[in-house]
Design a protein around this ligand. Structure first.
Ligand SMILES: Cc1cc2nc3c(=O)[nH]c(=O)nc-3n(C[C@H](O)[C@H](O)[C@H](O)COP(=O)(O)O)c2cc1C
Length: 285
């Protein structure tokens, strides 16, 4: 039986985990190129130029080979995909949104990925890729076939505190921050599938900095934390990732909407940073 779009996306999102141990053999070049293109052709939230670079392990500069991300753990993979972007309004949120679309495409093909924010490696990686100073290196991901039943991978996920997520009622609110969702929302199966998929988004150190207020025709996205690394707020990337999960799942269950980035008052809380609104086009909550 053919899977429906909503079952397919649910399956992909539930299978995606950060993979930190890989089979050493090279992956099919066609699959890798298809994943890279999925990133390049991903839906965008801003007009920032972005490039998705596919590199083999051998092509990475020696300094960057066997990448060490923020967590101090070396990850060896046969290939890597590196995201470079120009700085524009909303580019970090957009980078999260686009790169995660690529990650989900890779997951669908059975390939493992792991978001890696690189500390102190930006300049050397930029020169390895032949890019000038107008480009920022945002993140990279190792990519390849996951090493099956890897104890190391399980241990690293435990160390990174990756296995759980906050419950729905701590992340999604009704009309104002802190207000519980009403029964007509929690009994709407399609909408709840969207919220559940959003809840399972990956985030830096699994901090889940994003929050959402549901209004009648909009879902407000905002964040409670600010994690700066070399001038990049990782929590904006995290928000873009959650917005990707929200959007692709909404589309799969037949809810039409579009994101608008920008500023607004977050009702019910001061000090939260507004990120954007999801404008519902065929649904009133
Ligand atoms: C912006 C960002 C940066 C990350 N940086 C790293 C990193 O440097 N090293 C690493 O091992 N994992 C990194 N991760 C992966 C997170 O730890 C992981 O997504 C989170 O713990 C949830 O686990 P899961 O992806 O297995 O569901 C990063 C994730 C994000 C979103």
């Amino acid at each position: 039986m053919e899977k429906s779009d909503s079952m397919k996306i649910q399956d992909i999102i539930s299978r995606r985990i950060s993979v930190r141990t890989y089979q050493p053999e090279p992956t099919s070049p066609d699959d890798l190129e298809a994943v890279r293109r999925a990133g390049e052709q991903a839906e965008a939230l801003s007009d920032a130029d972005m490039q998705f670079h596919l590199r083999t392990d051998a092509q990475m500069g020696s300094e960057i080979k066997g990448i060490i991300g923020d967590y101090g753990k070396t990850i060896h993979a046969p290939h890597y995909i590196v995201l470079a972007s120009r700085e524009r309004e909303g580019y970090l949120t957009d980078a999260g949104f686009r790169f995660e679309q690529m990650v989900l495409d890779a997951t669908e093909r059975g390939l493992g990925t792991c978001w890696v924010g690189l500390m102190f490696k930006e300049a050397s990686l930029r020169s390895t890729l032949g890019l000038d100073g107008s480009w920022r290196i945002i993140v990279l991901s190792p990519i390849g076939r996951p090493l099956k039943n890897s104890l190391t991978n399980r241990m690293l996920r435990t160390l990174a505190g990756s296995k759980g997520r906050k419950p729905i009622d701590q992340l999604f609110f009704w009309q104002r921050h802190g207000e519980m969702l009403p029964a007509n929302v929690t009994s709407d199966q399609h909408l709840m599938q969207v919220l559940e998929a959003t809840r399972w988004s990956p985030s830096w150190m699994n901090k889940q900095p994003w929050r959402f207020v549901l209004l009648d025709r909009e879902i407000l996205v905002y964040k409670l934390q600010h994690q700066e690394r070399e001038g990049k707020d990782y929590n904006r990337l995290d928000c873009g990732i959650a917005m990707c999960h929200l959007h692709v799942t909404a589309r799969a269950v037949g809810i039409k909407g579009r994101f608008e980035l920008g500023s607004f008052e977050v009702p019910g809380i001061s000090g939260a940073e507004p990120i954007g609104k999801y404008v519902l086009e065929n649904k009133v909550l």
